[in-house]
Design a protein around this ligand. Structure first.
Ligand SMILES: C[S@@+](CC[C@H](N)C(=O)[O-])C[C@H]1O[C@@H](n2cnc3c(N)ncnc32)[C@H](O)[C@@H]1O
Length: 218
């Protein structure tokens, strides 16, 4: 019965249930809380991943003992902090952010979390930065969370830059409910889903926003 309900799009997660679940499984320490609350406090868009999604990213990185990771779309550094903490010893995370103000807030939050030597915020447009970043690879994981209309191009770069067995991760894979819309951005997101299947073993985890997970085929 539960499975049939979930196939119809029915969810049992109310805001109250989610708040309880997150208190149990993802309690925020002060540095995480600071980064999570920063966008609202600093007048930036509050579009960071949810606490459960941040923890999901961290646990997935730990499963593959990730040491070299790239994130596209930093905002205030919340997901970067969750992932940076999950890296194996000596690991590095490079996170790319277009908006100088977001990058500055993220750097301060990352420093406050004690991750200044682990996480590097690169300021710039992701498509301009990626080819230069490729020399740091191959990467154990890439998390895509920047402008949605470029996901197909990010996915093609990721297919070249991730090691066999490494992870492709992408948030907002339902494209805010518009995945099947007749727009260029929705078509790019659909291409991202379809093309990622060629190089990765994939699933779209049904988080509220849709979290695409792929394991690079060998
Ligand atoms: C959804 S937010 C990232 C949230 C962050 N990953 C987190 O969960 O804490 C998307 C970010 O991508 C940035 N962005 C948008 N277009 C970009 C581009 N072309 N290159 C790099 N960053 C971009 C935005 O300025 C915004 O800060």
């Amino acid at each position: 019965m539960a499975d049939q309900d979930s196939r119809k799009g029915v969810s049992y997660v109310t805001p109250e249930v989610l708040a309880w679940i997150e208190r149990v499984h993802v309690p925020h320490d002060p540095a995480s809380m600071r980064a999570f609350e920063s966008p609202e406090r600093e007048g930036m868009p509050a579009i960071q991943v949810g606490a459960s999604e941040g923890k999901t990213l961290a646990l997935l990185l730990r499963l593959v003992a990730a040491r070299k990771v790239v994130e596209l779309g930093t905002l205030a550094g919340y997901s970067a902090i969750q992932m940076g903490r999950a890296l194996a010893k000596g690991g590095q995370l490079w996170t790319v952010e277009l908006e100088p103000r977001h990058a500055a807030v993220a750097r301060a939050n990352i420093e406050a979390a004690g991750l200044g030597a682990v996480v590097t915020v690169i300021e710039g447009r992701a498509l301009d930065v990626l080819e230069g970043l490729a020399s740091k690879g191959p990467f154990d994981a890439i998390f895509i969370d920047a402008d949605k209309g470029s996901y197909d191009r990010y996915g093609r770069w990721a297919a070249r830059a991730i090691r066999p067995g490494g992870l492709l991760l992408a948030d907002n894979a339902y494209y805010f409910g518009d995945l099947l819309a007749d727009t260029a951005e929705a078509a790019a997101m659909r291409r991202f889903h379809e093309e990622s299947r060629e190089h990765f073993e994939t699933v779209c985890i049904p988080t509220p926003e849709g979290l695409l997970l792929g394991i690079r085929k060998g």
